[in-house]
Design a protein around this ligand. Structure first.
Ligand code: HEC
Length: 111
């Protein structure tokens, strides 16, 4: 009996571990975050051709060279750390889950 409970508890933990991060990521409105925090510089269309983005030298997310030259981890890293004098860091402002939810939004510009 005790063993069976242990097995069930273990299975629930294992399933929860696999399913929950997905669920949480799915609940986050990446597009909404992009509109709120990123559009000002990177633009609705991801080209970076906004007053601020063009002035600061934001790259065009639509370009294949940009998409090929950056990994998902580097995108999260860029969001977290920013670039001095160009893009503010979002560490502490956005949760790691929110930063990860922005990756598919950035990737979608390349498609
Ligand atoms: C104040 C303007 C500004 C805001 C707001 C901003 N960025 Fe940026 N971002 C930039 C600039 C400028 C660069 C280019 C930095 C560089 O050359 O290192 C950049 C670079 C990037 C890059 C890497 C591009 C590359 O060429 O290496 C990514 C990815 C990115 N931003 C995503 C975001 C996301 C996601 C948000 C919203 C959470 C955001 N940015 C908000 C200005 C901004």
């Amino acid at each position: 009996m005790f063993r069976r409970i242990l097995v069930i508890v273990f299975l629930q933990a294992a399933i929860g571990y696999c399913v929950l991060p997905e669920t949480f990521a799915g609940d986050i409105d990446g597009q909404g975050l992009y509109t709120r925090y990123c559009v000002l510089c990177h633009g609705e269309d991801g080209t970076g051709q906004t007053d601020l983005g063009a002035g600061l030298g934001a790259r065009d997310f639509n370009e294949k060279a940009f998409q090929d030259g950056i990994t998902d981890e580097q995108i999260v890293e860029q969001i977290a750390k920013g670039t001095e004098d160009k893009m503010m860091p979002f560490e502490g402002k956005l949760t790691p889950e929110e930063m990860h939810a922005l990756v598919p939004i950035i990737r979608a510009f390349g498609k």
